[in-house]
Design a protein around this ligand. Structure first.
Ligand code: HPA
Length: 271
């Protein structure tokens, strides 16, 4: 079955079970699932119930699509995402994003846990992603499907300046500290060596992580507006030899979850 038919079957299932007319969608990253408890009148679908959806295998990723209301807006929440390092193809990694588009979602909010390479960053900081560097395989490699988007999509404004302003406004209003910078996407699953962190800093990154970039590329390809946050769970570089663990990534995520939740609520309120 071709991808358009698979997307249509998945979207039809979600429409039937969770409804329609969404104001936005949110993708929650590693250890950042707490926002899901803010959804009112929530209805949830396990990813395994949606035709053609991959299943996420990472600890701290729930694997549920939740539909409901937040700040008075109809919102879809993807609690759990698909990573390339799990062995998914890039088409699988980004399948959910295309289903959201098929459902009429025009505004996409994403979050992830990342490693800081900007030496000013501290674990627990929330970084507004203003640009990215893609060092993963590009999800749009292959024949272009015109129904999904153009052959050569522009990436000069991948992250919506309009939505970024709403996030800065929410940060000021709710007194939640917010940094900003460039996110570098690497395949993982290894964390970086000290020299790799240093290299990523040298080429202009502020944080590095194993997700989000393919989703943003596909979302921009189909014309969605994107806002993304990276929660800094650790800081890496030549002079910080501290070991990174997945457990640490999840623990700091729990601390920063509150900040992230406040920021997303603030954005949704003013959207
Ligand atoms: N590198 C890559 N991905 C990550 C990191 C890191 O240091 N921390 C959390 N996700």
């Amino acid at each position: 079955m071709d991808i358009l038919s698979r997307l249509d079957e998945a979207a039809a299932c979600v429409r039937q079970r969770l409804g329609d007319a969404w104001a936005a969608a949110v993708v929650l990253g590693s250890g950042l699932g707490g926002f899901a408890s803010r959804v009112e009148d929530a209805r949830a679908l396990d990813y395994s119930e949606i035709p053609h959806f991959p299943v996420s295998t990472v600890e701290g990723h729930a694997g549920k699509l939740i539909g409901g209301k937040v700040a008075g807006k109809r919102l879809l929440v993807m609690a759990g995402r698909f990573h390339y390092y799990e062995g998914n193809s890039m088409e699988q990694v980004t399948f959910g994003i295309r289903v959201l588009h098929r459902l009429g979602v025009k505004v996409l909010l994403l979050s992830n846990a990342g490693g800081g390479v900007n030496p000013a960053f501290r674990p627990g900081d929330v970084m507004l992603i203003t640009d990215h560097i893609n060092l993963m395989p590009n999800p749009l490699v292959g024949p272009n499907i015109e129904e999904l988007g153009p052959r050569f999509p522009n990436m000069s404004d991948a992250y919506s300046p309009r939505l970024a302003d709403l996030a800065r406004h929410a940060s000021a209003l709710r007194k939640v500290p917010l940094t900003q910078g460039c996110y570098l996407g690497s395949t993982g699953p290894t964390f970086e060596t000290p020299h790799e962190y240093n290299f990523f800093r040298t080429i202009g990154a502020d944080a590095v992580g194993m997700s989000t970039v393919p989703e943003v590329i596909v979302a921009r390809h189909c014309g969605m507006e994107v806002l993304a946050f990276s929660v800094i769970s650790n800081v890496g570089g030549l002079y910080s030899h501290k070991e990174v663990s997945h457990q640490e990534v999840q623990e700091v995520g729990a601390l920063a979850e509150k900040r992230l939740t406040e920021l997303i609520l603030g954005v949704l309120e003013t959207m």
